[in-house]
Design a protein around this ligand. Structure first.
Ligand code: FPP
Length: 236
């Protein structure tokens, strides 16, 4: 099966380069993260205008705990602040918010804000915003299997559909496009199950500099790719 892709239904973004952006300006890395939040807003608006309504943002990996304490603490505070500040508008725009990843190391305050935001926006169906915090793709698959086992499912009958239904992103279309900023050519344990057939788009642009025009460039690149899903291209 070959298919010309027009618009991705779901985009995953590995937002890299905040630290480099700050260093280039002689600022602390945390200033790069603050600028990164401004970029998120621009990109969400541009995605919405373009007709892409599902986004998953990689905000904090299970490996990011090894960063300096001050940086981790600032990031956690920024997650709390941003959730508090943005949830009203996202809710008004019909966006369902989910924070994906393991909750166990998050502060009680952040967990509470996440639970409130998720509960409040649960019924929204116009769009979805997933924010991956303390997230790892392998851990997600392990969690899905544990959740199936807890539900008493017979794991000898496990198939792909059952497993996908227990991932953090259950119910959402798989991402068709993964964007990575700041140039590294790897997927870093991000949505490893869901992105099995995703197109990759890597740009040198650092995340805080990424804006509407960069998203449009990624979409234009995606639109001319022929997706084969393991099949052969059609001769036409
Ligand atoms: C990667 O840049 C970025 C991060 C690890 C954090 C991303 C987080 C934000 C943009 C804030 C998100 C906030 C919300 C509410 C979703 P880096 O620090 O690894 O940059 P470097 O590779 O240049 O050092």
């Amino acid at each position: 099966m070959a298919e010309r892709a027009a618009l991705p239904a779901h985009i995953g973004i590995i937002m890299d380069g905040n630290g480099r952006w700050a260093r280039q300006r002689g600022q602390r890395r945390t200033e790069g993260h603050r600028a990164g939040i401004r970029a998120i807003r621009r990109v969400m608006e541009a995605a919405d205008r373009a007709g892409v309504h599902h986004l998953t943002l990689f905000a904090f990996s299970t490996e990011n705990w090894s960063r300096p304490r001050y940086e981790v603490a600032t990031l956690m505070r920024l997650f709390e602040q941003t959730l508090q500040e943005e949830v009203d508008e996202l809710h008004q725009n019909g966006v369902r918010i989910r924070v994906i990843g393991r909750r166990e190391r998050l502060s009680a305050r952040l967990c509470r804000l996440v639970e409130e935001a998720e509960a409040r926006t649960r019924e929204n169906a116009r769009g979805a915003l997933n924010v991956a915090i303390n997230y790892g793709g392998r851990a997600e698959i392990v969690d899905a299997v544990r959740s199936l086992a807890r539900a008493g499912q017979d794991l000898r009958q496990l198939d792909e559909e059952m497993l996908a239904a227990h991932l953090y992103t259950a119910g959402l279309p798989d991402p068709d496009l993964i964007i990575r900023t700041a140039g590294e050519l790897r997927t870093s344990n991000f949505l490893i199950w869901q992105a099995a057939y995703a197109e990759l788009y890597v740009t040198q642009t650092l995340w805080p500099d990424f804006g509407a025009a960069d998203l449009e460039a990624a979409l234009a690149d995606y639109a001319v790719r022929v997706r084969r899903f393991g099949g052969v291209p059609e001769l036409d």
